[in-house]
Design a protein around this ligand. Structure first.
Ligand SMILES: [Zn+2]
Length: 268
């Protein structure tokens, strides 16, 4: 599943290629990819792409009138292709621009595209703070964690606390903080919350610089392939030696999600 750094990479890449372009025509091949498919094509046609931004794991296209939000979910991705080329296999929506087309391609069909007249940032208020928001501080996290017995791993994945952290980076962040993914959030000190914030930002900015990670078949749009997976310390390395102390890494399930950690380094 694309995580925040991948979505950020897609946003930056699309900004470089299609900002201010006009959508001349839209084709929808798989209706369930878009909300309100009867009006979707009409709503999008002849609009200009004024801006492309990210909120959590959503891509938000600001148009002349209204907005288009996209969630890539498991395998969604964008391709820029020549106008005269047939759409790729698994392409469900095509946006025809001036000299090229933008294809939304999704082998698993979980991705969703929605047109709305109101700013979806307002509609997405159930999302927590962005990792780089200056309001994200130890006091905010301690308040969110107050009296809660959930594991830190589950807390990091809670999009209403911090928006955009997924399974891969949650494991990496716990490792860098020397915290067991099972540690109960109500027991963290302010100092530990500060370390956690520092590591959240470090891990995500490193990954954005590397162009996002590539796991399974996911690649960022336009041939941008992430290299961050080469620097993952724990994710996907169950039973391999810890990079720090060589103890075999352990794999456990926390809230249905696989978590990999070092039982020696992550005792906190
Ligand atoms: Zn270790």
């Amino acid at each position: 599943m694309p995580e925040l750094p991948e979505v950020e990479t897609v946003v930056r890449t699309l900004r470089n290629h299609i900002l201010h372009e006009k959508i001349h025509h839209v084709q929808v091949f798989w209706e369930r990819t878009v909300y309100e498919s009867e009006t979707f094509i009409q709503d999008l046609t002849n609009q200009h792409i004024q801006d492309i931004t990210r909120r959590g794991k959503y891509l938000i296209f600001t148009l002349d009138k209204g907005f288009m939000s996209v969630h890539l979910r498991m395998e969604g991705r964008f391709y820029m292709t020549p106008l005269d080329e047939a759409p790729k296999k698994h392409t469900h929506v095509v946006f025809y621009l001036k000299d090229q087309k933008l294809e939304f391609n999704d082998t698993r069909k979980f991705g969703r595209i929605k047109y709305c007249t109101e700013d979806p940032v307002i509609l997405l208020t159930q999302l927590g703070l962005e990792p780089f928001d200056e309001c994200l501080n130890p006091a905010y996290l301690r308040l969110k964690a107050k009296n809660r017995s959930i594991p830190i791993k589950t807390f990091l994945l809670d999009q209403s606390v911090i928006a955009g952290i997924g399974n891969i980076y949650a494991d990496e962040i716990c490792f860098l903080c020397h915290l067991s993914p099972l540690k109960k959030v109500k027991t963290l000190t302010l100092k530990q919350w500060q370390e956690l914030i520092d590591n959240v930002r470090m891990v995500l900015s490193d990954a954005i610089l590397a162009g996002g990670t590539t796991v399974r078949s996911y690649t960022s749009s336009l041939g941008v392939t992430g290299r961050f997976q080469n620097t993952l310390n724990v994710y996907g390395r169950a039973s391999l030696a810890c990079v720090s102390c060589t103890t075999p890494l352990k794999s456990i399930k926390i809230g249905q999600r696989t978590s990999v950690y070092c039982p020696a380094c992550q005792k906190g």
